[in-house]
Design a protein around this ligand. Structure first.
Ligand SMILES: [Zn+2]
Length: 162
């Protein structure tokens, strides 16, 4: 499988690698690393090293939409958010990952570009992040729910968690 030894997403055993909640032959379900601006902020990353969307192989291209829809459904069911956002930059880590983010009707700071301001404020410590305990608990609930609908793609808890 294509990998890059300098990429943290390609080195799941590295201490800087994000924890995978579920894995399939082609994908990992992750959560945003602490500090998490909003509990329930999840990520879907390819297992192979892909620098961006245009490097996905045919199977990854076919699966991504269905996987995104199911993860978004689980994020919405668990967090009670009104809608979800999906964005991808692949900038800090140049390995394809889609962010799936809860957008809460009651919180204007989660709305479209205000989310970018909230993100930067959280990273600078000017705005409270989700506590690591809450972020972890919510991510586990989302993964447990998503595992049901993602089973057909071969998603299961990673070897280390079994
Ligand atoms: Zn990589």
């Amino acid at each position: 499988m294509t990998s890059d030894s300098k990429c943290v997403f390609c080195s799941p055993s590295s201490e800087h690698a994000p924890r995978a909640y579920l894995e399939s032959p082609r994908w990992r379900l992750l959560r945003h690393a602490d500090p998490v601006p909003i509990a329930g902020w999840m990520m879907i990353a390819t297992r192979a090293h892909r620098a961006g969307l245009d490097e996905m192989d045919a199977e990854e291209q076919r699966e991504l939409g269905q996987i995104l829809a199911r993860v978004a459904g689980a994020v919405r069911a668990v967090t009670g958010c009104e809608r979800t956002y999906a964005i991808t930059f692949n900038e800090a880590v140049k390995h394809l990952h889609m962010h799936v983010i809860p957008r809460h009707a009651s919180d204007a700071s989660t709305t479209s570009w205000a989310l970018a301001d909230r993100y930067r404020s959280t990273m600078r410590g000017e705005m409270d992040a989700a506590t690591p305990q809450v972020a972890e608990q919510v991510a586990q609930q989302i993964a447990a729910l998503a595992a049901v609908s993602l089973g057909e793609f071969g998603f299961a808890p990673p070897e280390a968690n079994r």
